[in-house]
Design a protein around this ligand. Structure first.
Ligand SMILES: Cc1ncc(COP(=O)(O)O)c(C=O)c1O
Length: 364
């Protein structure tokens, strides 16, 4: 028997189960489970990655200067207020370490990204959730759930696994309703996909002050660099001063910085990825609805598909898809056992998904 003491909360963490990528006995897998970019990374980002290989014996730039400046230029924000991380998940886990602890509460919507639960437990804080009617964050319900113990509010905008979003008025209402000593974390991992007049990732809210808003972004999605782990956060100098003390000195590798810099400068690849995604998001939604399923309207690179037959039907559909080599994401861990999350894939992959879902319907 061990006498080692584990910090309170750690054993409450449910281990993260990444999307499967293999099915025994099937050679050709179609993976539509992890919200990656179907078109991959840009050629210039891949080229920069190869070139960086010559320097992997050297420590990288601990301040990510070139990457921060490239991001600053592309997104029109002050590079001095950017922190780069190994994926945005690293930041989502660091913020509670800085601003919450034992007995505190960390608040988010009912379908909040699974990492929020883990990050809260890791510091001994209590995750608190507010209902999301129609699979959409409800600002009034979030504000109602705030207590004197609330230290952080996480909002994924757009949300995963829902794909829905809050408009700027709603986000401003949330911010205005929060006490100044509560940190609002806007997790805008899918922001680069959203092309709506009534959407904003919230970068401007950081500049407006007061200093209790941070926006996290990633190059894992539209930029296609999920494996390299590059995320960035825009925040006030005050928050930057805190977080810089917690992050590792060399938390973003050299190849990741080089490739990330090239990726944010490749406007054409971003545009092509967005256009491709828009086309298939609409087309897949229509096809799936045409088969009688409910699809939550999404502004991301994935769809949440609801099965009228409930959890059993979703499970049977998942099994049928797997028998055809197609991996989608069951979302029972989000309390959505009657649904499956499907990432937009390449053209042939999307077509294969639709054909298999049709087969499933005919079988049923
Ligand atoms: C809502 C949301 N936030 C953050 C992340 C983390 O992305 P990464 O750590 O790759 O930047 C993801 C990844 O799927 C996500 O869905």
């Amino acid at each position: 028997m061990t006498v080692l003491k584990v910090r309170p909360g750690v054993m409450d963490i449910k281990r993260y189960i990444p999307g499967a990528s293999k099915i025994e006995g099937i050679d050709r897998i179609i993976k539509l489970a992890s919200n990656e970019n179907a078109l991959g990374a840009s050629a210039s980002a891949i080229e920069a990655y190869h070139q960086a290989a010559d320097n992997i014996h050297l420590y990288p730039d601990g301040d990510c200067v070139e990457l921060r400046h490239a991001i600053g230029e592309k997104y029109e924000v002050n590079p001095e207020q950017i922190i780069c991380t190994a994926g945005s998940e690293q930041m989502l886990r660091m913020l509670p370490r800085a601003y919450a602890g034992l007995g505190d509460e960390i608040l988010f919507g009912q379908y909040g990204f699974i990492v929020y639960h883990m990050a809260a437990h890791a510091v001994g804080a209590t995750p608190v959730t507010a209902e999301e009617p129609d699979h959409r964050v409800d600002v009034n319900l979030l504000l109602k759930a705030v207590t004197p113990r609330t230290r952080i509010v996480f909002v994924a905008n757009p949300g995963n696994p829902t794909g829905t979003y809050l408009n700027p008025q709603e986000m401003q209402q949330l911010r205005a309703g929060l006490p100044d000593d509560v940190l609002l974390v806007i997790d805008a991992a899918y922001a680069d996909y959203v092309d709506r007049d009534d959407y904003d990732s919230g970068l401007g809210m950081v500049d407006e002050g007061p200093a209790n808003v941070v926006v996290t972004r990633t190059l894992s999605k539209l930029h296609g660099l999920a494996s390299l782990r590059v995320g960035w956060t825009y925040c006030s100098p005050e928050i930057l001063n805190v977080i810089t003390r917690l992050r590792g000195g060399f938390n973003v590798t050299g190849p990741a910085q080089a490739s990330g810099t090239a990726a944010v400068q490749d406007q054409a690849h971003m545009e092509a990825s967005r256009i491709f995604n828009d086309h298939w998001l609409t087309r897949l939604s229509e096809e799936i609805r045409g088969l009688g399923f409910k699809v939550t309207p999404s502004v991301t690179n994935f769809l949440l598909v609801h099965f009228p037959g409930g959890a059993q039907s979703a499970k049977a559909a998942n099994e049928h898809l797997r028998s055809r080599g197609i991996i989608v994401r069951p979302v029972g861990n989000y309390g959505l056992a009657d649904s499956l999350r499907v990432t937009i894939g390449k053209e042939d992959e999307n077509n294969a998904f639709i054909s298999s879902l049709k087969e499933f319907c005919q079988k049923a």
